[in-house]
Design a binder for this molecule. Structure first.
Ligand SMILES: [Mg+2]
Length: 344
């Protein structure tokens, strides 16, 4: 197991948080590799509680691990820990069978379209222009920026973003729960009218189900309301799915690949698309198996970390991530020197 803390390339913030580093916990189970972006405590939990429960039958291990963390609290850090182990178990099975993870899971799609994600509130207008415009010129047809920290500064930032990406690139925004429902409704109308924004993520706290539902029902047409990055358990996904247009799921939080497949079935039943939150290298595999996968968050911080620590990442081509089905498992190889260098 490895716990690495990697500094960001400059201080970052969104509508409700500020950070200057990111911690990743990487699990190895024989040949299998899994990971989660979480506190070091996840590593401790894996070592003390989950390591003895690994099993060739991945779904049995998944159930056993959830039972084992009942009293510690299943959502949050425990769900992240289980997510990493679950990924490693699927990966181990695929590598043992000599097939790619996508082939083991059963591909519904060859690839997962991405959206470039960054545009932090701390960025200068120049950095915002350069980053979002850079993704658009790489052929990524949709990009996302953070807002809501200082709402009065956002119109200027949105002007810069829209001008940098041109009219043909979709513009997404993420408030990370910064607004009240009434304020968010006012902004939703402006975002859609003035900047042709088509995605409003976490306009209110993702625990505010009434607020999310109100925005989905009364927000402007063409502006999708999205949330779900804090859906740790199937029950969390059930609570959120009805309140949004698109359900977001994070394979490093929501009980792993087994959790993604489970919650995606729920989204199917509700006729909702699913969007992958972060962790592009592993999400590309998991979400090829999701029928209604819409796209995947190609997140600035995680792109940097995954390039630093992993060889064999899925290739970005034509605005989509393509898992290499000629490589066994998730295709990832650990850059061990780098892992040692960044280990806490
Ligand atoms: Mg978000």
């Amino acid at each position: 197991m490895h716990v690495c803390t990697v500094p960001t390339d400059e201080p970052e913030s969104d509508g409700t948080a500020e950070w200057d580093s990111t911690t990743i916990v990487v699990v190895e189970c024989d040949e299998g590799i899994g990971y989660t972006y979480c506190e070091q405590a996840a590593a401790q939990l894996i070592q003390d509680t989950l390591a003895d429960l690994v099993h060739e039958d991945v779904r049995r291990a998944w159930l056993d691990m959830q039972r084992a963390v009942r009293n510690a609290g299943r959502p949050g850090i425990a769900a992240c820990a289980i997510s990493a182990v679950d990924q490693a178990l699927w990966d181990r099975k695929a590598r043992t069978l000599g097939v790619s993870l996508v082939d083991l899971l059963g591909a519904a799609h060859e690839d997962v379209p991405v959206y470039g994600s960054g545009g932090f509130c701390t960025y200068s207008l120049d950095r915002l222009r350069e980053q979002l415009g850079g993704w658009a010129s790489q052929g990524i047809p949709r990009v996302k920026m953070k807002l809501g920290r200082e709402p009065d500064a956002d119109p200027k930032r949105l002007d810069v973003a829209r001008r940098a990406i041109g009219d043909d690139t979709e513009l997404f925004v993420d408030a990370n729960g910064a607004f009240t429902a009434k304020d968010a409704l006012g902004w939703a109308e402006r975002y859609a009218d003035e900047w042709n924004v088509s995605w409003f993520e976490e306009p209110v706290s993702s625990g505010d189900f009434d607020g999310l539902r109100m925005l989905r029902e009364h927000g402007p047409g063409g502006l999708d309301i999205a949330a779900g990055e804090y859906a740790y358990t199937p029950e969390d996904a059930r609570n959120i799915v009805e309140c949004v247009d698109v359900l977001q799921l994070d394979v490093t939080r929501c009980l792993g690949i087994t959790g993604v497949l489970s919650a995606s079935g729920l989204a199917n039943a509700h006729g909702k698309d699913v969007s992958a939150h972060c962790a592009p290298a592993i999400s590309a595999h998991a979400f090829c198996a999701v029928e209604r996968r819409r796209h995947l968050e190609y997140f600035h911080d995680h792109i940097r970390i995954e390039e630093l620590l992993f060889d064999g990442r899925p290739e970005l081509r034509d605005g989509a991530l393509h898992p290499d089905r000629s490589r066994p498992g998730n295709g990832l190889e650990l850059k061990r020197k780098e892992l040692d260098k960044w280990s806490a």
